[in-house]
Ligand binder design. Sequence first.
Ligand code: GLC
Length: 743
Amino acid sequence: MNQQQLKNLLEDMSLEEKIGQLLQLSNSFYEDEAVLTGPAMQLGIGEKQINEAGSVLSVFGAEQIKSIQETAMKKQPHHIPLLFMADIINGYKTIFPIPLAQGCSFQPELVKKCASVSATEAAVSGLHVTFSPMVDLVRDARWGRVMESTGEDTYLNGLMSEAMVEGYQGDRSGEKLDQFGHISACIKHFAAYGAPEAGREYNNVELSERTLREDYLPAYKKGIDAGSAMVMTSFNTLDHIPATGNKWLMQDILRGEMGFEGVLISDWAAIEELVSHGIAEDRKEAARLAMEAGVDMDMVTGCYINHLQELVENGQLKEQQIDEAVMRILELKNQLGLFENPYKDADDNKAAELCLCEEHRRLARKAAADTMVLLKNENDILPIQETAGKIAVIGPYGEEGRLYGAWSLQGTDADTVTIKEGIEEAGYDNDQIVFYAGSSLLDEDEKLYGFKGLVKQYRERSNEDLLQEAVHAAKGADTVVMALGEHAYHSGEGGSRADITIPECQMHLLREIAKVNQNIITIVFAGRPLDLREIADCSKAVLYAWFPGSEGGSAIADLLFGMQSPSAKLSMTMPYSVGQVPVYYGGYTSGRPFNGNRTNRFQAVYQDIPNEPLYPFGYGLTYTSFSYSKPELDQQVMSMEDELHVSVTVTNTGKRTGTETVQLYLRDLKGSTVRPTRRLKGFERITLEPGEEKQVTFKITEDMLRFYDIHMDYVSEPGEFALFIGGDSATQNEIRFELQSQK
Ligand code: GLC
């Protein structure tokens, strides 16, 4: 349809029908029998409103979606097609590593490919929109949804945000949504959901406007500038005002400053939750506040459908506000080509052909290998050499199929390559390698509830039995590979944890194995950074696998035996202990920076733990080593107009080819407001043969030096700056330059 046709359609719709377009229903309205007595009664709506709904979430499968669409269009007064949306966070049927792991790749192009494959599989399975990318910056490992973010850094998150949007939508124009294999992205959760106090889910967020603008908002903007067709509100408050009813955040910032013109959808029941937050007397007031804030779609509550008409009729809202929301939704349906083809790419045959096809699995295997972080590798115990003798793989993850994260809604154990399968596929036979669980995954007394109820732990044998046979196997092995970790549902939504260690039954297993064999390589599965101190102490090598997805086992075999080398770098700080959290690189000096000498207690330091994390942001090893020359500048002084270049020479000083992510950090040594001790401003991945060296040069321009000054203006200020270039955020490889207002 063209714009005039859309306008004619809008004019022809009744107010009630227009309000129907703002209602998003859950799949239960289309899959269960007793709709009217069940879900509909809960929402206080009847058949007529159901027939006028504008979109549905969490329906999966081409044939089912086509059937629902066909029926719904017949009942909709103007036969307007439904939008079908779902959480395709890290893959549809082919499951990729969790986004926090994808951030560790430092490869936006790789992340874009994963998003593109996810979109294709979702599109042929009938979907039009994914509730991704989640762009919330995170600094608190206690929060379960860190797994869904790409990490703690503003610059890296911005690159990943735009990469995913382009991967889903086909390019930055938003003009290709109707083409095969493209779906609409939905930037979420606007804004700053990743900073809940105490890491507790849905909790209050306390951020200064300066921190919000400097650290949290830029990555949302990058995704919006990349053309994301949708944005989702967040559950949290900002400045004591819930985002979903926050006019300043949604109208002034999102629509005004950021220029977002697409569809704004609430998060799940977030409009109704304005009542629980205590800023709405009832659902009617909640509806008014959300509409005033500019929220177009009401996800799964009856607030809009039951109260907007009355609010318009009594003058508390203008029909024009409804019209603007409806028009944005009709325009999205039009961009997707749904008026011409309401089934878009839905095709069960294509889905059978494309989902989990070899090409997609190959990409998943590469992504998994490029996102696992090698944290320790004493005496180069990795990669395991042919001469390694007998290997015992011990731990509940050795043969576990659930290697995919909490938001992998269509992922299955059967579709996942386990570590055992990956190692066998690599040609290692039972004579050389044995597998023993050694313990259950969860502690016997733990009741863990996933997205669909209690997680059942099948215990055929007691942990004591399992332990004995594992210890026996370890005694007879030359090398032990421990496969340990938290459960996928220890993270994800509703996954806040105060104790960020793996289940005690597994730590007990590790301690007992370490008593009889010191050649231990530990693989850790997690959806968050964990307190790894004891695991690292017991292990000669630690490989952090996150939740790697469908090809997790193959990628682990590739890395264990050296078919691939690890190259990932931490996208989020690994804390020394949970007491440090929230912790992130490049903090602030305070007026009394710790000078290393604890005899003076009056300093910015803990009495009982170090200030430094166990492993910093940007850290990760590979199977070789690199040296860096001192940085060199092409000029010492820079004016506002020109640019400066800084270079280092990186050398592969080891015996194997390796890939290094060379990172550039910048520090403003003095500003009209306190400046962080460093912020990532660039990186470059380089692969070097043994002995090979390469010069890496970064360009420094004035806009990279800007921040929100004492007047909240986004400017740079003349003065001295430091540049750091190295293999992680703790590098001290420094050089300084001066910015002058004019030469
Ligand atoms: C959830 C999540 C959001 C998700 C939505 C739909 O509560 O907060 O990220 O997209 O509901 O499932």
